[in-house]
Design a binder for this molecule. Structure first.
Ligand code: ZN
Ligand code: FE
Length: 243
């Protein structure tokens, strides 16, 4: 049995999170997305870890900005969506839906989650009960539909919420309070949502992240997850864009 993976999360830029995933057995360390190279380097130094991999969820600059710099410094293997190979700086290994790879003795599953962008993927580590979901699902929200359709996002959210209820969802941004204000406009009487928001406010008042969330929590309170059809999801997404 491999030792459990160590997950370290830290704020980057205005509202992004950086994530390091470390294997105490092999010393391998992956960075999930690269919002801010300097913060990632600091986190690595703080932990005494050596960066070996980058896993990119999608090509947006706030997720790939540090790829080149970190690759120059550490000489890493960059894993990202094969369909987006021309948009992800330094991509070494292209992956897609259903692919899996081994990291520190643990299996990592790749899930296609288009909607926010076409080539968006999530990384699920079943035995860590953790999924890195980029800008697909947020606590009480979902990513903007920059490239994909409501149908695609509906299906992507369905795949993520089909993971076990106790899966920790590592979203790439701290958007929870503004998402929650919108969510309450959709479902003002949802007691689970009201409770969720009370907890989230208390956390943010104390500068505590609301990420990760869980599959179970999002099923009870996230209006995008709770949308019964792609059409309804599309309407809610439009309303959020103008909220
Ligand atoms: Zn994005
Ligand atoms: Fe982003």
């Amino acid at each position: 049995m491999p030792s459990p993976l160590d997950i370290h999360m830290f704020p980057c830029l205005t509202d992004n999170y950086g994530f390091l995933v470390h294997s105490p057995d092999t010393g391998e360390t992956a960075c999930v997305d690269t919002p801010e190279a300097s913060k990632i380097i600091l986190a690595l130094e703080e932990k005494g870890w050596n960066l070996t991999h980058i896993w990119n969820t999608h090509h947006h600059p706030d997720h790939t900005w540090g790829n080149d710099k970190l690759n120059d410094l550490y000489g890493v293997t960059i894993i990202g969506c094969e369909a987006d190979k021309d948009r992800i700086p330094g991509l070494d290994i292209g992956v897609g839906d259903g692919d899996s790879f081994e990291f520190g003795g643990h299996e990592v599953h790749v899930i296609d989650t288009p909607g926010h962008t076409i080539g968006h993927i999530a990384f699920h580590i079943p035995d860590a009960k953790a999924a890195f979901v980029g800008d697909t699902i947020f606590a009480l929200g979902c990513g903007r539909l920059f490239e994909g359709t409501p149908e695609q996002m509906f299906e992507s959210l369905g795949k993520i919420t089909a993971l076990p209820d106790d899966t920790a969802l590592y979203c790439a941004h701290e958007y929870t309070l503004s998402n929650g204000r919108f969510a309450l406009s959709v479902e003002p009487d949802n007691q689970d949502l009201i409770d969720y928001m009370r907890d989230a406010k208390a956390k943010r008042d104390n500068n505590i992240p609301t990420v990760p969330t869980t599959v179970a929590a999002e099923k009870t309170a996230n209006p995008f997850v709770r949308a019964k059809s792609a059409a309804i999801l599309g309407d809610i997404r439009k309303a959020k864009d103008n909220f």
